[in-house]
Ligand binder design. Structure first.
Ligand SMILES: Nc1nc2c(ncn2[C@@H]2O[C@H](COP(=O)(O)OP(=O)(O)OP(=O)(O)O)[C@@H](O)[C@H]2O)c(=O)[nH]1
Ligand SMILES: [Mg+2]
Length: 489
């Protein structure tokens, strides 16, 4: 029902019909997510409670719908104009005058509601356009309807749609004809249970001699009591001369007030259900990609001897001889059981009582996990470490040194002892520097390979661990998260 009748209950939430409907929807979805895990009786009770609120607010909690009904010529359109201050509804001598419903809204345009009631676009007017202090009437929708016989024949859809959402039915009576009109079955049957939301205005009172007014009202009250409508208030008015309208306004204002309360109460009830349900939820979910998961991966890496493999790769980078690398190994059964148990404990600790068992239900067995860890380790190839750069460095260094010694022996560039010793020494230093340079570079690239291996094994293990230790729990956890977000606990 659009944004009509917004009532701010807190600084950040605006209560209107759309909000009530949204909350109903969210709670129902939360219940759906929680259903497999929490007590069935609680789910059922909550569903019923939500449905009750939803039913009560189905036709709008924020709008106050007031309809003017009565026989042709009783003065509905005239009263509509008097109450709105417009000359919008056609009032006149020709009968029947009003053939289509007319609506005036205060504040919001209530277009959803008016669409639903099939009020033509050009028969709608909004009251916020004129300068009248009407803040008490925000959310009011006043409807001028065709006379009830016309409605019955041509617009029964309108009536059946309208009746349930009417907050106040203003029965406009003509002193000449009220006796047969009051008895109108179409309305009375539907409205007897709603007599508390009905008023009667006895219009054209200016045409009744003052001394007959009391008598007339007593007679009408008598007739109404026979219809079971004894408590319905009767107001003598003249729509044309705007006499006696104050008590009618008062009724409209208190109806608007009541609608505001309805929306607020509805939301309060929904929040009470939400908070009752929230007691079966934790404040947050286990973290599947953060610290805990990395910790578990580290444990599996250690249990599989991956750090030793990395060390052996690094060591191989410094050796000229061919050395076999250490191989990773399937962790022991006890290790896997311990790691798995620690993980399950973490999940159980994080989740609320009812969810503790379901969350660990779909975790693979320790045995299975052990095997798939083995597969993941095997699927990650060990790096091949070439010793060629080191040997090449050594040969080059020796050549440089040999070259230097040859020059020294030949006495080039000078034959003095000092020069010979010098050239040999320079060659030696050069050869040494070259060899160290090359082997340093080689070690660095081997270190990088070791690092890459570590990363690859970690990635392979995490994929496996996710599949066997996270995927199952995650389905349950996502439902928990969804419910928590929907309940906004
Ligand atoms: N004297 C007097 N005439 C009124 C009063 N209210 C309405 N009228 C006149 O009664 C005639 C019918 O009024 P409407 O407001 O068109 O009646 P209605 O109930 O809308 O009629 P339909 O649209 O045919 O259902 C008009 O000529 C009005 O001027 C009143 O309080 N006193
Ligand atoms: Mg009319």
């Amino acid at each position: 029902m659009g944004e009509a009748g917004r009532y701010s209950v807190s600084s950040h939430v605006e209560i209107d019909d759309a909000y009530v409907r949204q909350r109903v929807e969210e709670l129902n979805q939360a219940l759906q997510s929680m259903e497999p895990f929490i007590n069935t009786a609680l789910v059922q009770r909550s569903r019923i409670d939500v449905a009750k609120v939803s039913e009560r607010t189905r036709f709008g909690a924020g709008n106050t719908v007031v309809a003017l009904v009565g026989g042709t010529g009783s003065g509905k359109s005239t009263l509509f104009n008097a109450l709105t201050g417009f000359e919008f509804a056609d009032a006149g001598e020709l009968r029947p005058t009003t053939e289509r419903a007319t609506a005036c809204t205060w504040g919001d345009s209530a277009s959803d509601l008016l669409d639903y009631l099939e009020v033509d676009e050009h028969r709608r007017i909004n009251h916020s356009s004129i300068l009248v202090d009407d803040s008490d009437l925000q959310g009011l929708v006043l409807l001028d309807l065709p006379d009830h016989d016309s409605i019955q024949v041509a617009h029964s859809v309108l009536v059946s749609r309208l009746i349930p959402m009417i907050d106040v039915l203003v029965w406009v009576l003509d002193p000449q004809k009220y006796a047969d009109q009051v008895l109108h079955q179409q309305y009375l049957e539907n409205l007897r249970q709603r007599s508390e939301s009905m008023i009667v205005v006895l219009n054209h009172i200016d045409t009744v001699p003052p001394e007959h007014v009391d008598e007339l009202i007593a007679d009408l009250a008598n007739l109404m009591a026979k219809d079971g409508l004894g408590q319905v208030p009767i107001f003598p008015i003249s729509a044309l001369h705007k006499i006696g309208l104050t008590p009618v306004y008062t009724v409209l204002k208190s109806a608007v007030q009541a609608s505001a309360t309805t929306a607020r109460t509805a939301v309060a009830e929904l929040e009470a259900i939400a908070s009752r349900l929230s007691q079966h939820l934790a404040l947050r979910e286990p973290d599947f990609s953060g610290e805990k998961f990395n910790e578990m991966t580290d444990q599996v890496m250690r249990a599989s001897g991956v750090p030793a493999v990395v060390t052996s790769i690094n060591d191989a980078g410094g050796k000229l001889s061919k050395t076999a690398l250490t191989m990773p190994d399937q962790p022991s059964n006890t290790m896997v059981v311990a790691i798995r148990d620690a993980w399950l404990n973490y999940l159980r600790e994080t989740m609320p009582d009812d969810w503790k068992n379901p969350v660990v239900e779909n975790v693979s067995s320790a045995d299975r996990i052990r095997r798939v860890i083995g597969t993941a380790l095997k699927s990650t190839p060990l790096p091949r470490i070439s010793r060629t750069p080191l040997w090449l460095g050594l040969v080059l260094a020796l050549l440089i040194f040999a070259g230097g010694v040859t020059l020294a022996v030949l006495g080039i560039p000078a034959a003095s002892v000092a020069s010979r010793a010098g050239i040999a020494a320079v060659a030696f230093v050069l050869a040494l520097a070259l060899f160290f340079g090359i082997s340093l570079h080689h070690k660095k690239s081997v270190r990088r390979l070791a690092h890459e291996y570590d990363d690859d094994v970690r990635a392979a293990l995490q994929t496996t661990l996710r599949e066997h230790l996270v995927q199952g729990p995650n389905e349950v956890v996502q439902k928990h998260r969804r419910a928590r977000e929907l309940l906004r606990s």
